[in-house]
Ligand binder design. Structure first.
Ligand code: GUN
Ligand code: ZN
Length: 441
């Protein structure tokens, strides 16, 4: 058991009712889960004096002074959840291209090809996890490459660090270079073998991962849907409606389909625990479908801005009420830092305030931006109550933030008059220096 004394950030409510709560002098107690002692969870959280006296009353042993780490001036915050990222694209960041499809062809596929080499995969896996944790990300839903050992390398590295990580074999059996494409049957057999070996082991989860519609044959999409049905607790991840050229391509490949999103639906790939990156050019029928199927969108603002893809429509998302959260989308995205991603999300929402746009009611508020990358992203993964918040029973993945990490941060955060202002100043000025320590459950 261990306790931490600092300010504590947590969230309650949803949508317009969302509230960020900052407990100024807080106490967070973490220890083994009574029902499953191998899990480290939050045993108590709240105001320091109240939590301490409640603890003493409820447990025979009082908390000893030496068990409480004193962190004056620091903020305990939920670990960030990256809802969409590509671990084989670490070396792609900042490769400029004339939109998504040339970017894939000219840079991305070449880098992913390097994952044919197991040693390359294993070393990038370690670097990738270093980047996540240094930036305060404690859970990620990430693409691997289309090589089985790339998935295994990442699972092994995450398991060693006790990280909560979800990944899967990138399915491609057409319209991709040789060396990245697989035979349809092989890709599905390998996915199934990986599910059986890794899904639910420690804190690891498997995501069935068709890259996007153009790179999968109908047979592969059908097989992926079949796997999703047979293994309902797995996740599904893919891309949808990111770029207008991509959408036209999908339309030519699936002229019978009402929309790009409904191609996935037709193959049984829209369900709980399915997460679709981008979702920029959806129409209202698509949005209603996402909500009906309890599927989620991963918004990737730095990627959308970098590749010139377009902007997620927050106002319509709010109106339809489907689940969404934030992803870095590295290497289309430009940073592993959740602060940069939240800032990109804010720019996206602000841009919709222009004449003719439909301004979002709450998505651009600091607390909501932060929620989209923590509790909101956890909800999108079907892990609400498990991760993404600092409340009793949640897994103890959290950050120790130092708002005085740089002279500028120190000056600016000291002048914040309330929690909203404090969160905003950290979103705008924050980076990995703000994350003093990442504590993994
Ligand atoms: N669509 C298909 N593959 C990709 C990818 O790797 N990145 C992004 N941003 N979009 C994609
Ligand atoms: Zn992506």
């Amino acid at each position: 058991m261990k306790a931490y004394r600092a300010s504590i950030l947590s969230f309650s409510g949803l949508g317009a009712e969302l509230e960020a709560h900052l407990e100024g002098d807080g106490l967070l107690v973490v220890g083994a889960d009574a029902h499953n002692p191998s899990r480290q969870v939050i045993l108590a959280a709240g105001d320091y004096n109240t939590t301490l006296s409640n603890w003493t009353r409820q447990h025979r042993e009082a908390l000893r002074v030496e068990d409480i780490e004193q962190l004056p001036g620091k903020i305990l915050a939920p670990g960030f959840v990256d809802l969409h990222v590509h671990y084989p694209q670490l070396d792609v960041i900042g490769s400029p291209a004339d939109g998504l499809l040339p970017w894939l062809e000219n840079y991305t596929f070449a880098q992913e090809m390097k994952f044919q080499d197991f040693n390359h995969a294993a070393s990038v896996a370690e670097l990738f996890l270093d980047e996540l944790t240094n930036n305060g990300v404690t859970t990620a839903l990430t693409f691997a490459s289309s090589h089985k050992h790339s998935v295994e390398a990442l699972f092994k590295a995450a398991q060693k660090r006790r990280l909560r990580l979800i990944t899967g074999l990138c399915l491609m059996d057409q319209h991709a270079p040789q060396g990245l494409q697989q035979q349809t049957d092989t890709s599905l057999d390998e996915s199934e073998a990986l599910i059986r070996h890794w899904h639910g082991v420690d804190r690891l989860g498997y995501a069935i991962t068709p890259r996007f519609v153009p790179t999968s044959s109908r047979a592969q999409l059908e097989g992926a849907g079949e796997l999703a049905k047979q293994h309902p607790s797995t996740w599904i991840q893919s891309h949808v409606s990111e770029n207008t050229d991509e959408i036209a391509w999908v339309q030519s490949l699936h002229p019978e389909s009402r929309s790009y999103l409904s191609v996935y639906d037709n193959f049984g790939l829209l369900r709980e625990r399915s997460v679709y990156a981008h979702c920029i050019y959806l129409d209202d029928e698509d949005r209603a479908l996402l909500r009906e199927r309890k599927a989620a969108a991963a918004l990737c603002p730095t990627s959308n801005l970098f590749l010139g893809s377009g902007h997620f429509d927050y106002a319509r998302a709010e109106r339809h009420g489907f689940m969404y959260g934030l992803g870095s989308d590295v290497g289309g995205g430009t940073s592993f830092s959740p602060f940069k991603t939240m800032l990109g999300a804010f720019y996206t929402a602000q841009q919709q305030n222009s004449p003719g746009g439909h301004p979002p009611q709450y998505a651009s508020k600091a607390q909501h931006l932060w929620w989209q990358h923590t509790a909101g992203a956890a909800q999108a993964l079907g892990l609400e109550g498990v991760i993404g918040n600092l409340k009793v029973g949640h897994e103890a993945d959290f950050l120790i933030l130092n708002p005085k990490a740089t002279p500028l941060l120190a000056r600016r955060t000291a002048q914040a008059q309330n929690t909203q202002e404090l969160l905003f100043s950290m979103i705008v000025l924050g980076d990995d220096r703000l994350v003093e320590r990442t504590v993994i459950s």
